[in-house]
Design a binder for this molecule. Sequence first.
Ligand SMILES: [Zn+2]
Length: 288
Amino acid sequence: MEEIACSLCKCANLVSFREATQHLNLLTPFEIKRCKKCDFIFMSPRPDASERSALFSGSVPEALKPYSYEEANYGAVTKGRLDFFRKRARYLASHLGGESTHLRFLDIGASSGYMVQAALELGMKAEGVEPGMSGISAAQERGITLIQGTAELLPFADNYFDIVHSHHVFEHVADPMVSAKEAFRVLKPGGVILIEVPNQFDNIRFWRDKIFNRIHQRKRDIRSIHHLSFFSRKAMRDLMRKAGFKEIVVTTKYTIKPTGLRALAGYLTMIAGTLYLGGERVIVNAKK
Ligand SMILES: [Zn+2]
């Protein structure tokens, strides 16, 4: 395990976020902390780099045995997103005149390459960086070549891409600030970036549950420890601003549709969330 300082401001003045630790069902020493200076939320202590890489390549180190209940299969999750990614690739190209064939596109944390596939279909020169070999192999089987690497060290020249995209990746990376600066470095001036992450602890439902003291405790498995950082809208805006981006627009969205007897209360919560704290996903659009 390793203890870390805040990735956003390097501050080591942290407070325990008890409800988040409880929700994720973490065992000592792992814990969710909040930075006193900038409010960023992250895990510390957390599994160290070697423990994390062992976990994602399928072998479970002794210290992480309590979380080995279920293997993460990220490839299966992203497969269903191809149509969604096609729409998103068109949307991103539309910011740059709509003509996509000359555009260089990068997907950070490409998983099994479905976003890269969507960009290639539009005629873009698309690349994907992915740390996990299982995703890279799955993409290769469909004829899509991804580059093995991490968000913190992108193997590209400065000012290279027109579009940088990252879908549910920044919550997993070892250092979000370093990763955001790398994304900025490889993006051309005038290029566009879109990052989407979950918003687990600053959304209206979590606050409601906290107020009524009924935090749902999730089952302890790999998903309890696979997110290392937790972005509120403010944290995402701070991250992008500090990395150098401009024209930063942060939005949130709801993905859980309320059903049954609680549907009315659920929709009222969503309306309140739209007005104030936001939904369970944070999306940021920005430019260099
Ligand atoms: Zn901080």
